[in-house]
Design a protein around this ligand. Structure first.
Ligand code: HEM
Ligand code: HEM
Length: 188
């Protein structure tokens, strides 16, 4: 049971964080989008759910981003084309930057715009004064980050399908289980 990444593959920590991240990011996108739904009551409930998930799992979100920043990106598999590898690597860092942008802009947007930052029934008080300028900037960043994560996820999944069906370079195996030897079939 290998926890750390190999030279060209992922260990269990990276694999676990990837899939936890997928569930969290997609949940936050769907709940966040529902904040604009019909009715003040639904909007308030969705905002509370959104900030409660964001705040209670704040450290997990950051762990997902900072782990990759700390350990770096694995090298390509032997069958992986170098150009696709480079494009993929940049894209992965773009997705991670998108998550980081949400974590920074979310609380700052709420605090600067006097939106209650609720963790269950507790309201986290603002350490900064209200500021329409900061609110507009953070709201813009949050919306841009959401677009990067939403559309980026779609492109990422399409790229994975291409790797699996067309290139058959073992890219999907990498994020499922650590590979015994990169390029060979996976073992648990
Ligand atoms: C990966 C993490 C996150 C994702 C994908 C995400 C996504 C979204 C989306 C799609 C919206 C709706 C945006 C719009 O209608 O313009 C939204 C709104 C919001 N998010 Fe997040 N969010 C994340 C993290 C956070 C965090 C950590 C917080 C704060 C703790 C937060 C606080 C808010 C608030 C307060 C709003 C409402 C803004 C308003 O009323 O205009 N978000 N989020
Ligand atoms: C069903 C959905 C998904 C599948 C099948 C999938 C599959 C994969 C695969 C196969 C890799 C390895 C690529 C390589 O190193 O060659 C990977 C890496 C990566 N994926 Fe996904 N992915 C999914 C959703 C997402 C989502 C929603 C995000 C974030 C928004 C994401 C972010 C990343 C990142 C940042 C990496 C680089 C390694 C890491 O830090 O985890 N993925 N994914």
């Amino acid at each position: 049971m290998r926890l750390r990444d190999g030279k060209a593959d992922y260990g269990w920590i990276s694999i676990g964080l990837h899939w936890i991240g997928v569930v969290l990011v997609w949940t936050m996108l769907f709940v966040g989008d529902s904040i604009g739904g019909p009715g003040a009551e639904l909007q308030s409930a969705m905002l509370k759910l959104h900030t409660t998930i964001g705040l209670s799992l704040y450290a997990v979100f950051w762990a997902r981003v900072l782990w990759r920043a700390k350990v770096g990106h694995p090298q390509p598999l032997p069958r992986q084309k170098r150009l696709y590898y480079r494009v993929g690597k940049v894209f992965h860092y773009l997705l991670l930057a998108g998550i980081a942008a949400m974590l920074i802009s979310g609380p700052l947007m709420a605090w600067s715009g006097a939106i209650p930052l609720r963790l269950f029934d507790l309201v986290v008080p603002s350490p900064i004064p209200e500021s329409p300028g900061l609110f507009a900037a953070m709201r813009g960043l949050h919306a841009a980050g959401a677009a990067v994560l939403g559309w980026g996820s779609l492109v990422h999944v399409m790229a994975v399908i291409k790797h699996t069906v067309v290139d058959r370079d073992g890219a999907l195996d990498k994020i499922m289980v650590p590979l015994e030897k990169p390029g060979l079939p996976p073992t648990v």
